[in-house]
Design a protein around this ligand. Structure first.
Ligand code: ATP
Ligand code: MG
Length: 363
């Protein structure tokens, strides 16, 4: 069988810095475990604009569609702020998501024990937290028509439309149920069925998909505002949460920050399963290109490392290897290693990006 294939798009700012550390782990799997990946690398974002005048060339797009998984660093930076919208670095990422049809965005919020050392109350609430928010990524109010700013009488009106088709809801629900089966068989679906038509349909379709194909998974429904409250009050009651694009945007940021730093948070964006059973997939840290610390060796590589671990689990069926990577991260944190973003008020000496990566490899 062919080696699993991976396209690395390190991008801009700290993207290449954190990706360097992931490549050390990929090398480790090759030399120490005999697990070889066919790795290719290409440009995306500002660096692609500099080289080709576009944030994503057709050739790179074609490669992304051909591989088993794409691992992306980050795009953008102040250098590109004044570019025309059509060639902004972020457009490269949007094109990838759109053409790969990545409709299911998985955002884990996992609290590593070593980082739960805040107040005792906070510790009780977040220690051991391990949940995933599945956010619908390609439809809903961000894309619905009509949209725009129009003039009505003598004032302007801003319009967006929340629109979901049955099939759009069903496919993201499926992806959440599949995920739940790999985890703890529990899904909570969130919408506003009390005030929104799309919410009523959302609830119906999620329930139908459940009853037909996933009756073994425990399913509950919650209004998204109550969900926000419950996530803050007692997040450990949840395991997998599935929700729409807008609510998912907010709820995943909320859940993520329960766990600490932006530098710790991975994500996966998945599309439909292909003939080989593997979904189209793009993995990336939640953080951006962090221009304020780029080039200084300060970036925390863990978010990108954990994104690679998600790729091992969801694209390559290497769940044990993914756990090894996660345990290595847990160990270096327990050993007290901290990049600058993880330093608490007690202070201490932060380690560099590469020292953190080396320690994870060693662990
Ligand atoms: P984007 O618009 O690309 O999402 P952003 O404006 O949300 O970017 P980030 O680039 O994610 O911002 O950075 C936000 C803050 O978090 C910055 O101060 C940055 O230095 C810090 N930060 C982000 N990622 C990391 C990381 N991996 N390690 C350390 N600090 C980070
Ligand atoms: Mg951001």
């Amino acid at each position: 069988m062919a080696n699993p294939s991976l396209l690395i798009l390190a991008g801009d700012g700290i993207g290449p810095e954190v990706m360097t550390e992931v490549k050390k782990i990929i090398d480790w799997f090759g030399t120490k475990r005999g697990i070889a990946f066919d790795v290719s690398e290409d440009l995306v974002g500002g660096c692609a604009y500099d080289a080709h005048g576009t944030p994503l060339t057709d050739a790179t797009m074609a490669k992304a569609l051909a591989v088993d998984a794409v691992l992306l660093g980050a795009v953008g930076g102040p250098k590109y702020d004044n570019l025309d919208f059509s060639v902004k670095p972020e457009r490269g990422l949007l094109r990838l998501r759109k053409e790969m049809d990545l409709y299911s965005n998985l955002r884990p919020a996992q609290c590593f024990d070593a980082l739960a050392d805040f107040s005792s109350l906070k510790r009780e609430i977040v220690a051991g937290l391990d949940i995933v928010i599945v956010r619908e990524l390609t439809s809903g109010i961000y894309f619905g028509e009509p949209r725009g700013i129009i003039t009505e009488g003598n004032e302007r009106v801003g319009i967006n439309t929340q629109r979901y088709t049955e099939s759009e809801i069903a496919r993201v629900a499926r992806s959440a149920f599949e995920l739940a089966r790999r985890r703890n068989n529990k899904v909570c679906s969130m919408e506003k069925a009390n005030v929104m038509e799309s919410g009523i349909l959302w609830r119906q379709v999620v329930q139908e998909v459940h009853d037909k194909d996933y009756p073994d998974v425990e399913l509950s429904h919650m209004y998204a505002d109550a969900g926000a409250m419950q996530l803050t009050r007692w997040p450990k009651q949840f395991d997998v949460i599935v929700t729409d694009n807008l609510f998912g945007d907010m709820l995943s940021d909320l859940a993520a920050m329960l766990t600490g730093s932006l530098g710790m948070l991975p994500s996966a964006s998945l599309g439909a399963p292909a003939a080989n059973g593997r979904p189209k997939a793009l993995y990336e840290p939640v953080h951006g290109s962090a221009p304020d610390i780029a080039g200084q060796g300060k970036a925390n590589p863990i978010a990108c490392i954990l994104s690679f671990a998600m790729a091992l689990r969801y694209s390559f069926d290497l769940g044990d290897e993914a756990s090894r990577v996660e345990q290595a991260v847990e160990k270096v944190l327990a050993d007290g290693l901290r990049t600058a973003d993880l330093m608490g008020p007690e202070g201490g000496t932060p380690v560099s990006t590469s020292a953190m990566g080396d320690a994870v490899v060693a662990a």
